[in-house]
Ligand binder design. Structure first.
Ligand SMILES: NC(=O)c1ccc[n+]([C@@H]2O[C@H](COP(=O)([O-])OP(=O)(O)OC[C@H]3O[C@@H](n4cnc5c(N)ncnc54)[C@H](O)[C@@H]3O)[C@@H](O)[C@H]2O)c1
Ligand SMILES: Nc1ncnc2c1ncn2[C@@H]1O[C@H](COP(=O)(O)OP(=O)(O)OP(=O)(O)O)[C@@H](O)[C@H]1O
Length: 525
């Protein structure tokens, strides 16, 4: 029997269905190679055969390592599974215990148990879904809203047991509402590249458990807003039995009006605001676009869905008319509702003088835009801009706006930038009064990181502001770094995100309004 025949006959290893070599065939191949190299050398064998048997020895070793590796991976998976089962058991016991406890301890423990649940869902490699989420292609509230600080003992807020309502988001095109979201994929079948799905779909939010807690945010110093707020709080409590949070200023206004509003909850300090997203199911804003910006700025991480009522002048992001608030809110609390997921930008200021990373400032998160301008300086700005470390340009003029697509209808529009549908993921790069004839605005893809540096040879400082607020100075050598934030702002639509966007540019800006030309006149023959 020739060695080469024996190797071909017993030692070939067909891959298993999953494309990997299965461990039984690996073991039998290794055995046959071992048998082969144990055989006494044949008289007169040449050097090639010795080399060949050395090579087989090496292959045998490699195969053993593969088998051992697989066994250790299996052991690790089993260990994760065991940890998962233990943690889940512990979690269930905790939930049972809280039922027999006093209100305050109960709230604390429920928060902890839910946090644990969130972590388990991430750790469990075998079940990559939260138990409460039924489909892989939807986004469930548990996956994004359960990461708050659990031990906020300074909360003046709730003395009731509160659980956040869970919801699910799904994507659909017009006319196919029942379709589940399919991931954006590019298909390479048969060598042809086709985009299987487009990303800008209408998004529908469906409550999986009913919302219990509403946060109402109001524009200050407005009589009409105050009156509506009083009325809405009463209606939400009496007709819907909801928990209601307001800002401390509004709570004092309500109590000045009547002690009836004692049930309304608020918070004491900024630390409590950080945990609001773990308690609030829905935010209602009463004001203009500025109030929506204000609401978004309170949530540096995940943001609960916002229902923006229009009590301002322009109202690009506020599609709901306040006169019909009962109908709108009843329908939204029932669900499903169409939402726009508005992208945000996160920004860091990198100080030249900072000795360590910790001395830098950020992140600041904006819904509209971050602006770098010349402030009160009479000199041209001199801003060096980089996109993913590639030099883009130097802005010499009044400044630069880095805008989200939601902000494309705000300051960026006034500076000559294009209007972009808010659901389009991208970053607008719009100069303010550039002193050049050829500086057209750009729209960059969502995944880039932008860096704007004030060079050392700049004649002046620059100023940065976030959604028009919190101005900060940038000295020569300082930089602003900006990229897409992972937490969008979900705003409820009156119809759907496209209809609402088109309606706001028609009604708010009178976009392309012109008297229609009469048909009475010359025509093509
Ligand atoms: N020249 C300009 O157009 C200019 C100058 C400064 C600031 N702003 C915008 O004002 C925003 C701050 O708003 P504020 O309410 O706190 O200040 P504000 O009270 O001065 O209102 C600014 C105006 O911008 C409108 N606006 C805000 N966001 C919008 C959006 N996404 N789409 C269309 N219009 C929008 C508001 O309705 C309001 O009429 C900034 O983020 C900036 O975009 C615009
Ligand atoms: N809850 C709040 N607390 C503090 N400031 C707020 C709050 N809500 C809104 N503001 C600020 O009040 C200002 C005006 O608000 P808003 O834009 O909503 O009203 P408006 O100017 O009447 O409406 P529009 O922008 O449609 O003309 C904004 O600068 C905003 O940041």
């Amino acid at each position: 029997m020739s060695p080469s025949n024996s190797t071909c006959g017993n030692g070939s290893m067909p891959p298993a269905d999953n494309g990997f070599f299965d461990s039984t065939s690996v073991l039998s191949s290794e055995k046959s190679i071992e048998e082969l190299i144990q055989q006494p050398p044949v008289q007169g064998i040449d050097d090639h055969l010795i080399e060949f048997s050395e090579a087989l020895r090496t292959v045998a070793k490699a195969l053993r390592r593969v088998t051992e590796g697989k066994a250790s991976a299996q052991a690790e998976a089993a260990e994760w599974k065991r940890k998962y089962e233990l943690a889940r058991e512990h979690n269930m016991q905790l939930e049972k215990k809280v039922l027999s406890l006093g209100d305050q301890s109960r709230e604390l423990i429920v928060e902890r148990a839910r946090n644990l649940e969130g972590h388990i869902a991430i750790l469990d490699e075998n079940n990559d879904q939260c138990e409460l989420c039924s489909g892989k292609d939807d986004i469930c509230a548990h996956q994004v809203l359960d990461d708050g600080e659990p031990d906020s003992d300074s909360s003046a807020a709730s003395n009731k047991m509160m659980r956040k309502a869970s919801f699910k988001l799904s994507w659909y095109c017009k006319g196919e509402k029942s379709d589940r979201h399919k991931h954006d994929v590019v298909s390479f079948e048969k060598g042809n590249i086709t985009t299987a799905e487009r990303s800008s779909k209408q998004i529908s939010l469906k409550w999986e458990s009913p919302p219990h807690t509403v946060l109402i945010l109001t524009k200050p110093n407005s009589v009409s807003v105050r009156i509506l707020c009083f009325e809405m709080v009463r209606w939400l409590k009496e007709q819907n039995n909801l928990n209601i949070f307001v800002e401390p200023r509004v709570k004092s206004e309500l109590l000045t009006e009547s002690s009836y509003y004692n049930f309304v909850q608020t918070w004491l300090d900024d630390k409590d605001v950080l945990t609001l997203h773990t308690k609030v199911d829905l935010i209602v804003t009463l004001g203009g676009d500025g109030t929506v910006l204000w609401a978004a700025s309170m949530f540096k991480g995940p943001v609960p869905p916002i229902v923006p009522f229009s009590l301002g002048s322009l109202g690009f992001m506020t599609p709901f008319h306040s006169e019909h608030y009962r109908e709108y809110l009843s329908s939204i609390l029932r669900g499903p509702l169409s939402i726009t997921l508005r992208h945000r930008l996160q920004c860091h200021i990198i100080r030249d003088e900072a000795k360590s990373e910790y001395e830098n400032e950020g992140p600041m998160i904006v819904l509209n835009e971050v602006t770098i301008d010349r402030g009160i300086s009479s000199f041209l700005t001199n801003l060096e801009c980089y996109c993913d470390n590639s030099f883009v340009t130097c802005v010499q003029g009044d400044g630069l706006i880095l805008s989200t697509t939601s902000g494309s209808t705000a300051y960026s529009l006034a500076a000559g930038g294009s209007m972009v549908h808010p659901q389009v993921p991208g970053i607008l790069f719009t100069p303010i009064c550039p002193h050049s004839l050829s500086f057209r605005p750009l729209i960059l893809p969502e995944h880039v990181t932008l860096r704007v540096v004030v060079p050392f040879n700049s004649r002046s400082h620059a100023w940065v502001s976030f959604d028009g607020k919190d101005r900060k100075q940038l000295a020569p050598g300082d930089a602003l770094v900006c990229s897409m934030a992972p937490w969008p702002v979900p705003t409820a639509c009156q119809i759907d995100s496209t209809s609402d966007f088109l309606r706001s540019i028609h009604e708010g800006l009178h976009w392309n309004l012109r008297k229609t030309q009469s048909s009475d006149g010359p025509r093509d023959p």
